[in-house]
Design a protein around this ligand. Structure first.
Ligand SMILES: Nc1ncnc2c1ncn2[C@@H]1O[C@H](COP(=O)(O)OP(=O)(O)OP(=O)(O)O)[C@@H](O)[C@H]1O
Length: 227
């Protein structure tokens, strides 16, 4: 049986709790993602996809319900423990690549490793080089991020997301800002990583063509998962 990487049980999320503006935006979410699964998350604007991704990414806590990552119930973890679990388990790719433009491609990919280890080393440089090779950018290692195209920058962001060898990558509209050809290249790259390395993916997208090419589609409407 496949290992369950991510499990949500009756997860609810409300904003502005205790205030007159309190509103629950996620209601009783049950969701499981197995190791190696590539899952698309679709739904109308405002349906709660980013809120769900923030909770799964341990950037925000559920108001109620249980979130388990690699068998570990996250409710009892301190903020420092959540940060450690996040850093070693989850990679993030956003619509905007959020690279440091004055850094080279390689320096950007090295960032998560530097933050984790606290000091530079030849191993970190070599690992960043391998990752850039994996995303087809070995020749661009020394290029400033600001001098690269949108598609290339997003591929650097993919390499950075993979730096800590995450079990799960959360991708929020990673192709949303790209032209069709670059979007296809980035999506194909994510699929390749999924198949080669077995990394699980949760991909938020408004692109139904891409969603249909994932293993499974989850649709969120008004904060609930549709059957
Ligand atoms: N920090 C916040 N405080 C209060 N309400 C919020 C906050 N963040 C999101 N919301 C509300 O929660 C609901 C869900 O928003 P969310 O951003 O999760 O939707 P989404 O499906 O990701 O939308 P989109 O596709 O446009 O990114 C919306 O009604 C939004 O206004």
């Amino acid at each position: 049986m496949a290992e369950v990487i991510l499990r949500l049980e009756k997860v609810c999320k409300a904003y502005n709790v205790g205030q007159p503006t309190e509103s629950e935006v996620l209601h009783d979410i049950d969701l499981e993602v197995d190791r190696g699964e590539f899952v698309a998350l679709i739904g109308p604007s405002g349906s709660g996809k980013s809120t769900l991704l923030n909770i799964v990414g341990l950037l925000d806590r559920p108001t109620s319900g249980r979130l388990t990552i690699k068998g570990q119930d996250t409710a009892s973890l301190s903020d420092a423990e959540l940060t450690h679990l996040r850093g070693h388990t989850i990679g993030f790719i956003f619509q905007s690549h959020l690279l440091i433009s004055a850094f080279t491609a390689k320096e950007n990919v090295m960032m998560p490793l530097l933050v984790d280890r606290g000091f530079p080393s030849p191993e970190i440089e070599a690992q960043a080089g391998r990752l850039l090779d994996q995303v087809g950018l070995a020749k661009f290692a020394g290029h400033l991020a600001s001098n690269m195209s949108g598609g290339q920058q997003q591929r650097v962001a993919v390499a950075r997301a993979l730096a800590m060898n995450p079990d799960l990558v959360l991708a929020d509209e990673p192709t949303g800002n790209l032209d069709t050809k670059s979007a296809e290249a980035v999506f194909a790259l994510l699929q390749q990583v999924n198949r080669r390395v077995g990394t699980s993916f949760l991909l938020v997208t408004h692109n139904l063509d891409l969603a249909r090419r994932c293993d499974r589609i989850i649709e969120v409407v008004d904060g609930r998962i549709q059957a």
